[in-house]
Design a protein around this ligand. Structure first.
Ligand code: CTP
Length: 413
């Protein structure tokens, strides 16, 4: 009952998935949370406010003007006489918007406050969690992606939508995360004692860039999304996150200790310096295996064919596993075009890892540089779990589940 007594404002917007907000509310109430629902007009057409009242024990608020009279107690000038949107937002320990439509996300990102839910959002100073649900084309539209990024930058926590059958008849990304996943996400944020509290996790992320000359580099297509998702998953569970960052195509999360490590050499040095004092190291970075033997000090001029001599970089994981210090769990990735499971098992062995995440650079609708991927988690202890095509946030959750399990076992042993 990690959220017992916590006040959660549940914002429900007008998507078909609105009915799932009832189950989310029921699970939160079961965990001891005090829930108050606020529905947009469209949401109230899809689910009855009375249903929320039955589950939460509190009248659902739907209208800035009508509910203003119903909710505001008749105490003039006292704190109790605050307008409803301020009172709802300020009294909440967490504001959850689930499901969030593309329209409401856009309004939140732009600061448009034209109904009770969006005015409450602007008045909220507590953590805000948004669980989007919409058609896949609407989710992938640049405008929605921009709004999602904007919200993340504003400090809003996003529960990535799932892949699967959508109400509109399409298959793909955009399904509301399951009520269980949303409740877990909320619990991790609210509970000061997450299961990784007191643990230090080093995560490497992004792509290294090996200079050829002052303007050119050798690099790869990694976006850093996987490492960023892992950092978020670690933070939500209360861990201290050290984030060694190669080049990223997405913003890193707030609340981490970020060290810039643009090249394989810098990443090697920082990992070997900091890693052994951590409890967990997860190498999600796409580290260059080769770098130019000689870096030109001047920009190379065009002058016919040219040969670039490359030398291998050091295998960071293999080096780290030889001097683990306080590392209890060492996790690597294996990016393989074929025979991925067998090759990942060989890497697990060769690099002395506890867990390896086997994935392919390209899968239908996912892979390197994309939002989603599929993977197989393989443990030194015989553990094996297939994670079907899902967002990198979902995969990060699975990895952190296993890391937490291994830490518990390492502590017991
Ligand atoms: N890795 C590392 N140091 C390197 C290269 C990779 O620690 N110089 C890590 C990656 O972060 C990843 C794991 O090793 O966690 C496997 O990376 P991958 O590119 O799949 O394998 P490589 O060891 O580079 O082998 P190959 O490219 O030959 O498959």
């Amino acid at each position: 009952m990690r959220i017992s007594g916590k006040k959660i404002l549940i914002g429900v917007t007008g998507g078909v998935a609105a009915y799932k907000a009832l189950e989310t509310a029921r699970l939160l109430v079961k965990e001891g949370a005090l829930c108050q629902a606020v529905l947009t007009k469209d949401a109230a057409r899809l689910v009855r406010p009375e249903s929320f009242e039955a589950i939460t024990g509190r009248k659902a608020a739907c209208d800035l003007w009508e509910d203003e009279r119903a909710f505001r107690p008749a105490v003039p000038f006292g704190p109790e006489s605050r307008p409803i949107h301020i009172a709802l937002a300020q009294d909440a320990d967490l504001f959850l918007v689930a499901p969030a439509t593309a329209n409401v996300m856009a309004k939140m990102a732009a600061g448009v406050a034209d109904d009770l839910l969006t005015t409450a959002y602007l008045a909220a100073t507590c953590p805000v969690v948004v669980a989007p649900a919409m058609n896949k084309f609407m989710w992938l539209h640049p405008a929605t992606q921009r709004n999602e990024e904007r919200l993340r930058r504003d400090g809003v926590h996003i529960v990535d939508p799932d892949e699967g059958e959508l109400a509109c008849g399409y298959e793909g990304v955009g399904r509301l995360a399951s009520p269980e996943r949303i409740v877990r996400f909320v619990t991790d944020i609210l509970s000061p004692d997450g299961e990784l509290a007191g643990k230090k996790i080093l995560i490497t992320a992004g792509r290294t860039e090996e200079p050829i000359d002052p303007v050119r580099v050798i690099t790869n297509r990694s976006s850093g999304r996987m490492g960023v998702a892992l950092a978020r998953a670690g933070l939500r569970r209360g861990a201290e996150v050290v984030f060694l960052s190669g080049a990223l195509s997405v913003p890193p999360p707030e609340g981490i200790w970020l060290v810039d490590t643009p090249t394989a050499e810098r990443m090697t040095k920082a990992t070997l310096d900091i890693g052994p004092s951590c409890d967990v190291v997860v190498m999600a970075a796409a580290v260059g295996d080769y770098r130019p033997k000689k870096v030109e000090t001047e920009k190379v001029k065009r002058s016919g064919p040219r040969t670039l001599e490359l030398e291998p970089t050091r295998d960071i994981l293999a080096a780290l596993s030889g001097s683990r210090g306080s590392i209890r769990v060492l996790v690597g990735f294996a990016l393989e075009m074929n025979e991925e499971e067998q090759r990942a098992r060989e890497k697990l062995e060769r690099k002395g890892l506890d867990l390896i995440v086997a994935n392919r650079p390209e899968v239908p609708e996912g892979g390197i540089g994309k939002d989603s991927t599929e993977a197989i988690l393989i443990g030194k202890d015989g553990f094996r779990e297939e994670v079907p095509l899902s967002s990198k946030d979902v995969l990060a959750e699975r990895i952190m589940d296993r890391v937490a399990y291994l830490l518990r076992n390492a502590n017991a042993g």
